[in-house]
Design a protein around this ligand. Structure first.
Ligand SMILES: *Cc1c(COP(=O)(O)O)cnc(C)c1O
Length: 476
């Protein structure tokens, strides 16, 4: 399996090479040359596998240049009992009639990004050791990517992490989680700006090939294809668990739908790829918060990213994104995987600030199964409350955005699975507002908020960031 750029200007590269990269060398995004198809019989043969075994099956379709035994060992290490609190790694739990929750937040940072990042930590260390290389991760986070990356990469040989976060836009818990780490290879940088400013700084640095090479820069934000590939696993896992009780002869084409709380379009893109591989997914419902640039796109076909200044700070902060980097990968499929058409569309986007796919919009649902909806602060509060009153379960505000939008897209006879993207313990204020419940931190994290914090504050200044990284980059 080789990987190419959506814009057609990169020589095909193997998995272990693209694992270390962010953008493709031509500024596009890396995609598999062809999406590997799996048959219904193959999927059925995976029913009795554990989560790390299933991960090995699916990732071996993508990481074809890593020996299978090594891949199996890395999947076992990533999805271990030490890292994840639930025995099954990803519990699938009924919430209300027709609607279940896929538990993706059992990892060390209590959010779904651990699912991809724990695997990426293993595979990066492996690939770097094999090629005697160093890697300096430069990432942007609106909360959960950063902590998940730092917890997956802390103390790893040959790796350092430079994590940019927007000043004052994360929860106390998110800040404490990241800034309390004391590992020498972890560097937290708080930028005076919003998430998109952080992401633009990362893009500027990774776009400067000379600087990138001189300091072995890489990225693990949500455009990293290693992450996208690891995220496919739980779509398969959730489908298998939902069909465990379906009669054997009715399983093969038994469709389920997923609702995915979305920001950068990474999580739901993995669902899109899983569907392309052959998993019977009926609908992929995108849930947005007030920063609903993607809901607008799926409803109208018009993609008009908004400037950083128009990004609202909401109570589901990990979705406060107005420019969805991964969307380019979906558009690539939409234009028939034609790099010329894709590159032309992105030239138009750069020149005019928008692309109009309204003539193609009916295909979003009919051909690809996409639907979408928006949830507001009031919706989140009402949803957290109604779920708590009905079942005694507390959910986090991002998952609440998902449940709100999922309820609007239920279909008879089609199970709806909402991807849980974080634990409610990370967002106690809104949980209190909605339910009156004071939720504390889990026992093993109870002293986190009191630990000393280590962070460098910086203006939105590319020069200053370059100097900081050049002085602290790790080398081999
Ligand atoms: C990252 C994140 C999201 C958004 O996921 P994308 O892959 O960027 O669409 C949603 N909720 C939480 C809690 C997150 O951390």
């Amino acid at each position: 399996m080789k990987y190419i750029s959506t814009r057609g200007g990169m020589a095909p590269a193997p998995y272990s090479a693209i694992l270390l990269e962010g953008l493709a060398t031509d500024g596009g995004l890396v995609v598999p040359e062809t999406v590997p198809a799996v048959s219904a019989d193959e999927i059925e043969s995976w029913r009795s596998l554990t989560y790390p075994e299933l991960a090995t099956e699916i990732l071996s379709r993508y990481a074809t240049d890593i020996p299978r035994d090594d891949l199996a060992r890395m999947c076992q290490a990533a999805y271990s009992a030490e890292n994840f609190q639930a025995e099954e790694i990803v519990p699938v739990t009924p919430l209300e009639p027709g609607l279940s929750v896929v538990g993706l937040s059992e990892g060390p940072t209590l959010a779904f990004k651990d699912m991809a990042m724990q695997f990426l930590g293993q595979s990066l260390e492996y690939v770097l050791a094999r090629s005697d290389r160093a890697l300096n991760i430069v990432g942007a986070t609106s909360g959960d990517t950063g902590s998940a990356a730092e917890y997956a990469l802390r103390g790893k040989e040959g790796i350092a992490v430079f994590m940019l976060s927007p000043q004052g836009r994360m929860s106390d818990f998110q800040r404490a989680q990241m800034y309390s780490l004391t590992d020498d290879n972890i560097h937290n940088i708080a930028i005076a700006g919003v998430f998109d400013d952080c992401q633009n700084l990362v893009k500027a640095l990774s776009g400067d090939l000379e600087f990138k090479r001189a300091h072995d820069l890489g990225t693990v934000n949500s455009i990293n294809l290693g992450r996208i590939s690891a995220q496919m696993v739980y779509y398969f896992w959730a489908w298998l668990r939902m069909t465990d009780d379906v009669a054997a002869d009715a399983r093969a084409d038994f469709e389920v739908s997923f609702t995915v709380p979305s920001g950068n379009f990474g999580n739901i893109l993995s669902g899109h790829l899983a569907k392309n591989m052959g998993l019977p997914i009926r609908r992929l419902v995108l849930a947005a918060n007030e920063n609903n640039v993607l809901d607008e796109f799926f409803r109208t076909g018009l993609y008009a990213p908004r400037p950083a200044a128009k990004t609202h700070a909401t109570s589901s902060p990990s979705m406060d994104i107005s420019k969805a980097s991964n969307l380019e990968r979906f558009i690539f499929d939409l234009v028939g995987r034609d790099p010329e058409r894709l590159a032309a569309a992105w030239r138009e986007l750069d020149a005019t600030g928008r692309i109009d796919f309204s003539s193609e919009q009916p295909r979003f649902e009919s051909e690809f199964g996409f639907q979408s909806g928006t949830s507001t602060h009031a919706d989140r509060v009402a949803t957290i409350r109604s779920v708590f009153e009905a079942s005694g379960t507390l959910i986090d505000p991002h998952t609440a955005d998902g449940v709100k939008v999922a309820r609007e897209h239920l279909e008879d006879g089609v199970p709806m699975l909402v991807l849980e993207t974080a634990k409610p313990e990370k967002f106690p204020e809104i949980v209190f507002e909605a339910t009156g419940e004071r939720i504390g931190l889990p026992d093993h994290l109870s002293d986190l908020l009191d630990l000393p914090q280590h962070v460098t504050e910086m203006d939105d200044d590319e020069r200053e960031l370059r100097d900081f990284i050049a002085a602290r980059a790790t080398r081999r």
